[in-house]
Design a protein around this ligand. Sequence first.
Ligand SMILES: Cc1cc2nc3c(=O)[nH]c(=O)nc-3n(C[C@H](O)[C@H](O)[C@H](O)COP(=O)(O)OP(=O)(O)OC[C@H]3O[C@@H](n4cnc5c(N)ncnc54)[C@H](O)[C@@H]3O)c2cc1C
Length: 429
Amino acid sequence: MSASPAPTDVLVVGAGAAGLACARDLLAQGVGVRLLEASDEVGGRMRTDRVEGFVVDRGFQVFNTSYPQVRHRLALRDLRLRPFTPGVLIHTDSQAGTDSHCGTGSHTGSGRLRFTDPTRRPRTLPDLLPGRLAGPRDLMALGLLSARDMLAPPRLLKRTADLTTRTALADAGISDALVERFFRPFLSGVFLEDELETSARVFHLVWRSMLRGTLCLPAEGIGAVPRALAAALPAGTVRLDTPVDRLTDDGVLTADGQEVPARAVVVATGPRQTATLLPGVSLPAYRVVTTYYHVTERSPIGEPTLLVDTRRRFLNTCALSDVTPTVAPPGHALVATSVLGHDTEGRESEVRAALSDAYGTDTGPWDLLTTRTVEDALPAMRPPQQLSRTTRVTPGRYVCGDHRATGSVQGALASGARAAREVLRDLGR
Ligand SMILES: Cc1cc2nc3c(=O)[nH]c(=O)nc-3n(C[C@H](O)[C@H](O)[C@H](O)COP(=O)(O)OP(=O)(O)OC[C@H]3O[C@@H](n4cnc5c(N)ncnc54)[C@H](O)[C@@H]3O)c2cc1C
């Protein structure tokens, strides 16, 4: 065993969004912090890799500019954000306007409808006529729901009765037809579950953030976000390639047998490693998601938009290179398509067939670049969902991460911030 280094005030274990935020807030108060990260790069679930010249996130995700923690911590301009077209395209089997009185939607051909906020795309105003995606009643209900979620103070939304999203939508007067045509396909890609069983409180907060913010991606992939968080820390704070094996009475023991002493330890490792390092801490179930990255010569859609499927054969698909052209070498387009669960045998072929249908093009010649399955992608957030849980396990031991708040970068950062506050209180700072 090697010699022990000098004690530091606080060790943070795990350099995902939560650990990075926690370290930053502690350092800002003059506390000595070291951040130990198991892998060779910061970011955890928000990492980005290079694969054969393409920029690939570890599972498709989007960045929302209106999250309070994001606005508080990041200089958005430095991230070189590229926006998605507001709203989403919905692939339906039926032709728009012929089978439903359901629209803030416009028909785009090939069984695709556009669902968007007309205040952002005034050209879609004429589509607010009955017979499109939503009829007058749904439009009225949707307008009231959206106005409330956008304008009410967040503390009121956090106090609404905690039902499932499905019940909340029904209570708001949204018809089953609009739920099945828009909310279910779209939200399944947001919450990574397709029963709309996620807490209504979480739904209202996420809906608010979508109405108020812009969905976008950094030009260098989602990994630019944790890299920017890490860049705000003093040099030498983060130690990469340092997996922690276990917590000791005086600090931690790393996998290479080094004892690192500290007055307090914050475990920010994601759920799986938290269960090992802090047995007994209650953890939610997690959602599994798989993203297929396909390469083709030309974009199948020519627009930076999310496309969802009413038959839910996939969660969402997007020509990433239309959003951030730098993710693909010249002459290539990169398409990301996510599905719930694992990459089982034959699944990619099924997805490819569904994509042919949805994009209206032959996907046979597309190359599969890589497949990313994330076992612990997002916590299940069933009601009653606590939006923020204490991070203190015992005095001197803390735990943070999206599982202590909500499954999002906002939740992870907020839980890191809470851990820092609780550590500071216990250290008497
Ligand atoms: C496919 C996918 C899509 C998503 N979509 C969105 C989205 O659209 N919008 C959104 O806001 N959020 C989204 N999320 C969620 C968001 O990415 C996470 O909530 C957030 O990144 C969690 O951060 P964290 O710090 O809690 O945990 P993690 O990112 O899991 O970080 C944990 C860190 O701890 C390290 N570690 C683990 N064990 C050890 C150990 N023993 N010693 C040292 N270090 C260790 C890991 O290497 C990792 O770096 C998505 C997530 C996935 C996977």
